[in-house]
Design a protein around this ligand. Structure first.
Ligand SMILES: NC(=O)c1ccc[n+]([C@@H]2O[C@H](COP(=O)([O-])OP(=O)(O)OC[C@H]3O[C@@H](n4cnc5c(N)ncnc54)[C@H](O)[C@@H]3O)[C@@H](O)[C@H]2O)c1
Length: 391
């Protein structure tokens, strides 16, 4: 990397994506770290941060993204690189060969493998924000947890908006309307935030998870935890995360879930196994038995979905039940998710800056976990595993 760090922030191209990777406050911090900061004009508009606020924070505004890419040797984004239809060029082609890229690259996901190979072949260094290790020193960099918090909240708020009933018990002159029943399946970060939000709205909340620790956490935020339990050795794998259950146990789980799903007005489905396809826990027959007007919000849709009827990024009515597979929920809370994401990125970069340069010490656990490509090689463990080492 050349002597001066020139940090470029690109406007997101994914349709409907309103987040941006830096806010005026983090720009100020980057300038104080000795960087020159350039923001693409309008990059913050979707999150209501205007060009003038970035200028006041010490950033330059670039009208032309190609010129920005020519100058920046450290590029920040939220999502993966995309083709730019206006320039008729892919963002990966616009990056300098000596650039370092930081964004959510999801390098293990097969859909991104070709992009990762192109990044490698161009000699670009890349780090992914979805692989921050869950260690104490990295908590303030944990972009996935931050975005999951937003997703859990927004899933419940969207469901409340579409539900044909009140969520809280409501006393009226014409009688009492009972509270809605909310079932949360999978109580990781998304599920826990969904429980907390549904409780605040006055719902009667129950929860299911296969990990005992997750069940305890669900109870501690106020959910009634259902009785379905699996042997610990089947449920828990590497690092304390969930494992994929064998098919016979998934069948038992679906059986246990059937009365709970059919009694719920809202189901928030967020059961995931890291790096794998989401387990199908809600079948067509289970949906058929639900009350009409109920809602399933399938927040595991990026990994295929927990309901067999979920369609990616769509809301569909099946058997009188609304099934929402809306993806990228953090993008629907653009201001706060941007603030959180921008801070995690800045907190990640700060310790990497030494003597005015970006220094990647590969013996550091955080660098080692997040590094995807360097020196013409793919080095990310999850990506290599998913690519079958065919790099
Ligand atoms: N900084 C930190 O220390 C830190 C940060 C974030 C998370 N964590 C821990 O990691 C845990 C998991 O986090 P996550 O949100 O990334 O998980 P995740 O998104 O991978 O999974 C969501 C939940 O789905 C559950 N699940 C998987 N298969 C299931 C099935 N068949 N039926 C029901 N539930 C199923 C999992 O047990 C998990 O709780 C958290 O609960 C927390 O304890 C720690």
């Amino acid at each position: 990397m050349s002597a001066e760090v020139v940090l470029g922030v690109i406007k997101e191209l994914t349709p409907g994506e309103r987040r941006v990777a830096a806010i005026p406050d983090t720009c100020k911090r980057f300038v104080n770290m000795g960087m020159r900061v350039i923001i693409e004009s309008g990059a913050g508009d979707g999150a209501f941060y205007c060009d003038d606020e970035y200028r006041a924070a010490g950033a330059e505004i670039a009208d032309d993204v190609e010129t920005l890419f020519e100058q920046a040797n450290l590029v920040l984004k939220v999502k993966e690189l995309q083709p730019n239809p206006v320039k008729a060029r892919h963002e990966v082609e616009m990056l300098r060969k000596d650039a370092t890229l930081i964004c959510f690259l999801h390098p293990a996901s097969p859909i991104n493998h070709q992009l990762i190979r192109t990044i490698r072949d161009r000699g670009i260094t890349s780090l992914t924000m979805d692989s921050i290790p869950r260690i104490t020193r990295a908590q303030k960099m944990d972009a996935l947890t931050a975005m999951s918090t937003v997703a859990g909240y927004k899933a419940v708020v969207m469901a409340a908006d579409r539900l044909s009933r009140f969520i809280p018990m409501t006393m009226t002159a014409v009688g009492m309307l009972p509270p809605a029943k909310v079932l949360v399946i999978g109580t990781g970060i998304v599920g826990l935030q969904a429980i907390a939000t549904a409780k605040r709205l006055g719902g009667v909340v129950s929860a299911v998870d296969i990990r005992p620790e997750a069940r305890e956490q669900a109870a501690s935020v106020g959910a009634k935890v259902s009785g379905f339990e699996t042997p610990t050795e089947l449920a828990i794998g590497h690092g304390g995360y969930a494992r994929s259950l064998p098919e016979e146990w998934l069948a038992k789980e679906r059986e246990a879930l059937t009365p709970l799903v059919q009694d719920a007005d809202v189901v928030i489905a967020g059961a995931l196994v890291p790096g794998e396809i989401a387990p199908v826990l809600i079948t067509d027959d289970m949906v058929k038995g639900m009350r009409k007007g109920s809602i399933i919000c399938d927040v595991s849709v990026d990994q295929g979905g927990n309901c067999s009827l979920t369609q990616f990024n769509q809301e569909v009515w099946e058997h009188g039940v609304l099934i929402s597979g809306i993806a990228n929920l953090p993008g629907y809370v653009p201001r706060d998710s941007t603030t959180m994401y921008a801070n995690t990125v800045c907190n990640f970069i700060e310790p990497l800056m030494q003597g005015g340069k970006l220094v990647l010490d590969r013996t550091d656990e955080i660098v080692n976990s997040t590094l995807v490509t360097i020196g013409g090689e793919i080095v990310h463990h999850g990506a290599l595993k998913a690519m079958g080492h065919a790099h």
